[in-house]
Ligand binder design. Structure first.
Ligand SMILES: N[C@@H](CCC(=O)N[C@@H](CS)C(=O)NCC(=O)O)C(=O)O
Length: 172
């Protein structure tokens, strides 16, 4: 691979956030090297690349780190402009995708809270929070989501849905 297009993804095998980036790279057909991180013993490189959050995913493009999965997805689409585009051209449509992608991120964060909550009361509260958010999401998407017709291309919104909710069955 030419040096000017060296792409490395620092990840963790079960991370939904990392899966988003992996999927986007595959959909776009971008070759990349994958580095599995040990999150109980973070590498010096991970700490150097993401000193603020110290989390994966980190995408390193020609030595420059990009962090936060949603930021990375937008970076990918803006850097590799080949089809399929992950975000719509139209600014209003883009804003809607960004809004709902951010909301899905919040649902996921609520799920993480449920996993780490202790005691029946806290768990019940966390479950209620998730259910409320899922209902809002479902309602909101009625006006937004258009089912794909035969092989229509995948976009950022699909990536968010698939990687966030694909594992819900197993998590249950
Ligand atoms: N907001 C971040 C969340 C990333 C995240 O939470 N990554 C987890 C793995 S699933 C992590 O690196 N955890 C390590 C830690 O919290 O120390 C994103 O969207 O990329």
């Amino acid at each position: 691979m030419a040096e000017e297009n060296k792409v490395i993804l620092h990840g963790f095998w079960s991370s939904t956030y990392v899966k988003r980036v992996e999927l986007a790279m595959k959909i776009k057909g971008i070759p990349f090297e994958y580095v599995e991180e040990d999150l109980t013993n973070k590498s010096a490189l991970l700490l150097k690349y993401n000193p603020v959050h110290k989390k994966v995913p980190v995408l390193v493009h020609n030595g420059k780190p990009i962090v936060e999965s949603l930021v990375i997805l937008e970076y990918i689409d803006e850097t590799w402009k080949n089809e399929p585009r992950l975000l719509p051209e139209d600014p209003y449509e883009r804003s809607r995708v960004r809004f709902w992608a951010g909301y899905i991120q919040q649902v996921l964060e609520s799920t993480v809270k449920l996993f780490i909550s202790e005691g029946k009361e806290a768990q019940h509260k966390a479950c209620q929070d998730i259910m409320e958010k899922l209902n809002i999401l479902e309602e909101g998407l009625k006006n937004f989501f258009h089912p794909k017709i035969n092989g229509e291309k995948l976009d950022l919104f699909d990536i968010m849905i698939v990687t966030t909710f694909g594992a819900f069955r197993a998590q249950e």
